[in-house]
Design a protein around this ligand. Structure first.
Ligand SMILES: NC(=O)c1ccc[n+]([C@@H]2O[C@H](COP(=O)([O-])OP(=O)(O)OC[C@H]3O[C@@H](n4cnc5c(N)ncnc54)[C@H](OP(=O)(O)O)[C@@H]3O)[C@@H](O)[C@H]2O)c1
Length: 262
């Protein structure tokens, strides 16, 4: 489905980003694998993509630094002479309660998660114009609209991502660029280990599964499937939307959840 397409997935060495990168390769795309701190998993993602017969370019870039974003897109232009799809997946954050947050954590989180989207989109557009069209999919989180423990700055950054997604969808539409967001429910990746409530409750995943109408937690492949759909021509009339992929976990009214099997 994505033969001859070039896809950039930010933060694609590990976790959900790696699953998205590999999924695009299975569908025929060449992939730019971006990482920040961990080169080895990024090289592993790239090597699995190459084993599928697709091209993989590994680029180290801190999405929180504007110079790094410039260099990332210059590298893509030099290697591929354009870009078809940009998946804004990389995220970081200072997980603390409101009263323990500091300006440094706010700046770090907002720059990596949210500012990066605006300025990466600015860099992506000319490369997509070379192809005559493009798609941007951003990865949000339930914390954009609900209150999760220690999540205040990441939640604010995700709310900014969702607002930016709508603005980009409208302003880039005349350039034939489709923009949407995906908001995953709980996915068991390394990211969860940064939360005290996950580290301190060995049964959290079990409890979350119990409260998920679909009967299991979302996995990275579920997210990759929806991201790829949003990049397909079949989804071209979905614009600026946030697609929740959580197995129905957010649907029951608070306090009235019915554990499965009850
Ligand atoms: N897991 C969940 O339950 C869940 C739920 C909702 C939304 N999400 C969202 O899904 C996305 C992926 O999450 P995940 O669970 O896969 O996270 P993860 O396992 O912690 O992976 C984070 C990825 O982002 C990269 N990254 C971090 N800071 C970066 C930076 N400054 N520049 C470039 N790359 C950077 C990491 O690269 P390095 O390895 O090089 O550090 C890594 O590849 C995030 O946007 C997250 O907010 C996750």
């Amino acid at each position: 489905m994505f033969e001859n397409k070039v896809v950039l997935v930010s933060g694609s060495g590990r976790g959900i980003g790696a699953a998205i990168a590999r999924h695009f390769a299975t569908l025929g795309a060449d992939v730019v694998v971006n990482y920040f701190r961990n080169r080895q998993p990024a090289e592993q993602t790239a090597s699995s993509i190459r084993q599928m017969g697709r091209k993989a370019l590994v680029v180290k870039a801190n999405m929180g630094e504007l110079e790094d974003i410039d260099r990332l897109f210059e590298t893509i232009d030099r290697e591929f002479h354009g870009l078809d799809i940009f998946i804004h997946n990389a995220a970081s954050g200072y997980n603390r309660p409101v009263m323990q947050q500091r300006a440094r954590g706010w700046d770090w989180t907002m720059n990596i998660n949210a500012r990066s989207l605006l300025f990466a989109a600015q860099r992506a557009v000319p490369l997509m114009e070379k192809r005559g069209a493009g798609v941007i999919v951003t990865i949000s989180s339930p914390g954009a609209g609900r209150v999760l423990p220690d999540y205040v700055v990441v939640g604010a950054s995700k709310a900014a991502i969702e607002a930016l997604t709508r603005y980009l969808a409208v302003e880039l539409a005349p350039k034939n660029i489709v923009v949407n967001a995906v908001s995953p429910g709980m996915v068991l990746t390394d990211a969860l280990q940064h939360f005290e409530m996950v580290r301190s409750d060995a049964h959290l995943a079990e409890k979350a599964t119990d409260l998920t109408p679909a009967g299991r937690l979302v996995n990275p492949q579920d997210i990759a499937n929806v991201v790829a759909f949003l990049c397909s021509p079949a989804a071209s009339m979905i614009r600026g939307q946030v697609i929740i992929v959580d197995g129905g976990a957010s649907l029951p009214a608070p306090g009235l959840e019915q554990p499965r099997g009850s």
